[in-house]
Design a protein. Sequence first.
Length: 243
Amino acid sequence: MRCRRRSPASTSEGRHATLDEMAAAAQQRGYEYLGVSEHSPSLYVANGLDGERLRRHREEIDELNARLARDRHGLTVLLGTEADIMPDGSVDLAPGTWELLDYVIASVHQGFTGDADRMTQRIVTALESGQVDILGHPTGRILLEREAYGIHLEEVLAAAIRAGVAVEINAAPERLDLDDLHSRLVQEQGGLLCINTDAHYPAWLNHLRYGVLVARRGWVEAKTVINTWPLRDLREWLARRRN
Ligand SMILES: [Zn+2]
């Protein structure tokens, strides 16, 4: 199982995977839950969801879950979002939408300044907002394409651990972000991780194994990784964070 993301995403591949297709693929893999996390409004280029569309998405997922329960499929779909961390460190959530979401991933997608102090502060501010459950692709590196943004990564990780925010190991082969050594560090310091596939299409769920390999190289144990937990435990953790 996994925590995410973006089933009906917009990409240059043209056709979108539907929620049903993603759910069917998760079921085939025997997952107990699947997290779906579209982008937040500021990323309109990536088809980010505004408040109205997010509300419709919530309804769609509630209906799907009711159908899955009726047919005893044993899969639950969780609604998250991947919210942009804005230049001032605020979390890009449309008003009134935080309550609709089962979880929030926050990550940086734009406005890299090259100033490591400022980037670090920006991410730390978001982590301390109380609105974030998971920090997405923490260094922003894209292999063979883009170096990590200039940040003081260990400070960012310490802030995530203090705030109880899980840190993503993004399993997309071009990211593998967080890496093995820092994953190990998070575990040693009592933090949590989440292995996400960033899947836009069913086949991309297969990337999970790359994230698991990163975690294993870092000696990470299953109990450190929130999306290895049974759904009940994951929901309890999320509920505690929201109080
Ligand atoms: Zn992202």
